[in-house]
Design a protein. Structure first.
Length: 232
């Protein structure tokens, strides 16, 4: 079976323009694949390049070499060669992402922030709002907060809004960057359940998780990022 996501010999460097153009090597030779319904956890110390790998898959970072292949319904597509327009389309239809921080338009109500990924794909607003509200309730966001902008919330509440926005659409690939880092035990358990439900529906998941208990609960395989350390 063709993997839902495959990285082949991917490398990433950063150029430090304020330090005389010094090139900082991050990762090299990154190679792994993820099947539909499988969760891969990227493991390794802070600074090893785990989040950079997620950002390359999502198209926020360009890789210097290699291929990042996703199955987008029309065959295999190489994210490493995608234009910004192609990448935006792919995010609507194929790749979801829960980052470490919520980025939302100021003053937009929480219910609209979470429902937006459904609405842009043609789901009627009323239906999208109902689905968003149900998921927010599951993540312990009270009704009284749904019409308020998430910028007014605590850090943990903002992260739960972030999780709801990322998990609401049923996309083939889901990237998770420390989704449970600022959550209490009850909400960590909810997120673990959401991940298992995504896997049962065939979503291919790549996650960065430092909490060993969460990692052991969700991971089908662990990829040690240290093996991809780039030469200085």
């Amino acid at each position: 079976m063709t993997p839902a996501l495959e990285l082949r010999d991917v490398a990433k460097n950063f150029t430090m323009h304020l330090q005389g153009g010094v090139r900082l090597a991050v990762v090299a030779g990154v190679t792994f694949s993820v099947r539909a319904g499988e969760c891969i956890v990227l493991a390794g110390p802070s600074g090893a390049g785990k989040s950079s790998i997620l950002k390359m898959i999502f198209g926020n970072y360009r890789c210097e070499q290699g291929k990042i292949l996703v199955q987008d319904g029309m065959g295999s597509f190489n994210v490493a060669k995608a234009s910004p327009r192609q990448m935006l389309a792919l995010r609507n239809t194929t790749i979801g992402y829960v980052s470490q921080f919520l980025r939302a338009v100021p003053r937009v109500p929480t219910i609209d922030v979470v429902a937006e990924p459904l609405i842009v794909n043609g789901v009627p607003r009323e239906s999208a709002h109902a689905k968003a509200a149900a998921l927010l309730h599951r993540l312990s966001i009270r009704d009284a907060l749904l019409q308020l902008p998430p910028a007014t919330f605590s850090g943990g509440e903002q992260q739960r809004v972030n999780i709801a926005r990322g998990f609401l659409p049923d996309l083939p690939i889901l990237l998770l960057d420390e989704p449970t880092a600022s959550l209490d035990a009850d909400n960590r358990a909810v997120v673990q359940d959401l991940i298992q439900e995504k896997k049962r529906r065939g979503t291919a998941i790549v996650a960065v998780v430092h909490d060993e208990q969460v990692r052991d609960a969700i991971a089908d395989r662990i990829v040690e990022v240290a093996q991809f350390a780039a030469a200085a």
